[in-house]
Ligand binder design. Structure first.
Ligand SMILES: NC(=O)C1=CN([C@@H]2O[C@H](COP(=O)(O)OP(=O)(O)OC[C@H]3O[C@@H](n4cnc5c(N)ncnc54)[C@H](OP(=O)(O)O)[C@@H]3O)[C@@H](O)[C@H]2O)C=CC1
Ligand SMILES: O=C1OC[C@@H](O)[C@H](O)[C@H]1O
Length: 366
């Protein structure tokens, strides 16, 4: 017999009113029952923007007036609002650290957009601060919480496709950089511009699922080698390739990201001894995956293919919100699906990639 959890009404404070904050809020306000969630509902208790007009317009467009969402022309109002349980941070990369520090010091749980910080030292310091204040902290690595990622993980764990050998994954996007203002977050080094910090988390998440999380890897960190091509427009990385070596598995990941070419139709191929898993674009929210089984181990000859499709109501950002709510309800300091170790690994890999590529951000908080 299963015991029914009482319904949790989880109250979000939203920091900033840009594109991702809009997408996140639209998703969390969808009826959770449409994705089979019975124990949690999300409410937007407060929205903070640098500009009060923007907060008012955001709430007017996206949130039912019955919700009585409070608006602030700053972020501190949200941090200090007693009706807010958790703060969602949707500002550009280089502000994540300070925004998270402010929220945590106000005693709020935090979900911070990817990349959680601009470097590993900043994230380590957030982990310590969150522990000191007894609050939950997670990077918004939404792809890892989508049903498709959970299903791919099940296929790997079930073991029929054997041991992992090689992961190829790329997330590219044509941002038309020649015609973008140099102050756009994708180009501006002051906002952490370039491919690695913005797009890099997505090829990496599939390598983490297939290789880092593989039980035979024993959570060992990979060795990193990489190269970058920078754009002369602002000096941020236009194209980055990075390779991760997992000696314990004798396996590698070849990952790439680029801000001025379109993505590829098959964006990731996870190669195993007895078969492959193919993941189509967009790599951050694929709608299907295909498992190819070989006729015998290592033959490369596909005997059978199975494609699984996923229908999701909304953009797919709500699954991570459900995880945050449940972790907070259960008193957990971090998620077991996307815990602090994985964000730290991500940040350390990106530090090394930037070091090897000679890309130092103008101002890193730590
Ligand atoms: N998970 C996902 O799918 C996605 C995640 N992201 C992540 O979200 C973050 C924001 O991206 P996105 O929403 O596209 O960015 P936007 O530029 O659309 O929005 C960022 C918001 O941050 C606030 N802000 C505070 N300081 C500044 C500043 N100096 N310059 C510009 N904006 C500032 C502004 O809100 P206000 O004026 O209201 O204070 C602004 O609207 C990035 O870190 C990115 O990696 C982005 C896209 C998709
Ligand atoms: O997270 C993201 O996913 C999609 C990209 O287009 C965007 O720039 C990025 O921030």
């Amino acid at each position: 017999m299963t015991t029914q959890q009482p319904l949790l009404v989880f109250r979000w404070g939203i920091i900033s009113t840009g594109e991702i904050s809009k997408a996140f809020v639209k998703d969390i306000l969808l009826d959770p029952k449409t994705r089979g969630v019975q124990d949690v509902v999300h409410k937007v208790a407060a929205v903070g923007s640098r500009n009060i007009e923007s907060a008012i317009s955001f709430v007017g467009k996206l949130i039912d007036t019955d919700e009585r969402t409070k608006v602030y022309g700053n972020y501190s109002g949200v941090y200090n609002d007693p009706d807010v349980d958790v703060v969602y941070i949707g500002t550009p990369h280089t502000f994540h650290y300070q925004n998270a520090v402010d929220a945590i010091k106000a005693g709020k749980h935090v979900l911070v957009e990817k990349p959680a910080t601009t470097n590993a030292a900043e994230f380590r310091s957030l982990v310590d601060l969150a522990a000191k204040h007894g609050v939950f902290l997670m990077e918004a690595m939404w792809t890892r919480f989508q049903p498709i990622a959970l299903a791919v993980k099940r296929v790997i764990d079930e073991g029929r496709i054997g041991a992992p050998v090689l992961v190829h994954a790329d997330l590219s996007g044509d941002f038309d950089i020649e015609n973008l203002p140099l102050t756009h977050r994708i180009l501006d080094p002051n906002l952490g511009g370039g491919a690695i910090l913005d797009l890099g988390p997505y090829p990496l998440v599939w390598a983490i699922i297939a290789l880092y999380e593989h039980p035979a890897n024993r959570r060992l960190k990979p060795m990193v080698s990489s190269s970058m091509i920078k754009t002369p427009l602002t000096g941020v990385d236009r194209s980055t390739c990075f390779t991760l070596n997992f000696p314990e598995l004798a396996a590698q990941a070849q990952l790439s990201c680029n801000i001025n070419v379109p993505s590829q139709s098959i964006s990731a191929t996870l190669r195993f001894r007895n078969g492959n898993i193919l993941i189509p674009e967009p790599l951050y929210r694929p709608k299907s995956f295909t498992v190819q089984y070989f006729d015998r181990p290592s033959s490369g000859k596909v005997q059978r293919e199975e494609t699984t499709h996923f229908e999701v109501l909304g953009g797919g950002w709500h699954f991570q919100a459900d995880e945050v709510a449940r972790c907070v309800r259960d008193g957990k300091p971090e998620s077991s699906v996307w815990g602090h170790d994985k964000t730290l690994l991500e940040m350390e890999i990106f530090d090394e990639v930037r070091h090897q590529g000679g890309y130092r951000l103008p101002e890193e908080a730590i």
